[in-house]
Design a protein around this ligand. Sequence first.
Ligand code: S3P
Length: 169
Amino acid sequence: MNPAPNLVLVGPMGSGKSSIGRRLAERFGLAFFDADREIEAQAGASIATIFECAGEADFRAREQVVLAGLLAGEGAVIATGGGAVLDARTRQLLRERGFVVHLHVDVEQQLARLARDRSRPLLAGDDRENVLRRLAEVRDPLYDDIADLRFDTAAMGAADTAAKLGHLL
Ligand code: S3P
């Protein structure tokens, strides 16, 4: 694997960062951290509650702090939240401290994978497709900008993607 201290997965909601990351960590014998779960543990509240009670800006501030802490360590697989790349300082840290894999997925696939999900505040409204398209427009270039590798997950489940990716790394 690349000498970067951590393996970092970036990409949109529903790209499989957590499930693929957990499998890659197992495969390589590394620790696994999911930034969203760490934020929830530190806040003692769900992401939905943080968004609702404190707002997205508060969530983003928490996300930056948690990721900086995780990236300061070594030897871990880190699944980031879909919006982690919005912050320039975080992007720089991700690049410096991680071998960054952009898990790409198209909007149709995202909609299918997230159809029953009610945990993501940005998808609470009716027009999920438009929201996802707008997010992709802004964020896809940011994911690509910091990625060492772009991997298309569309046609595969998490286990197959992790196995394929594991061979590449
Ligand atoms: C978000 C993605 C979520 C979570 C939060 C905001 C985003 O993480 O961080 O709901 O801005 O795209 P996942 O990408 O793991 O779903």
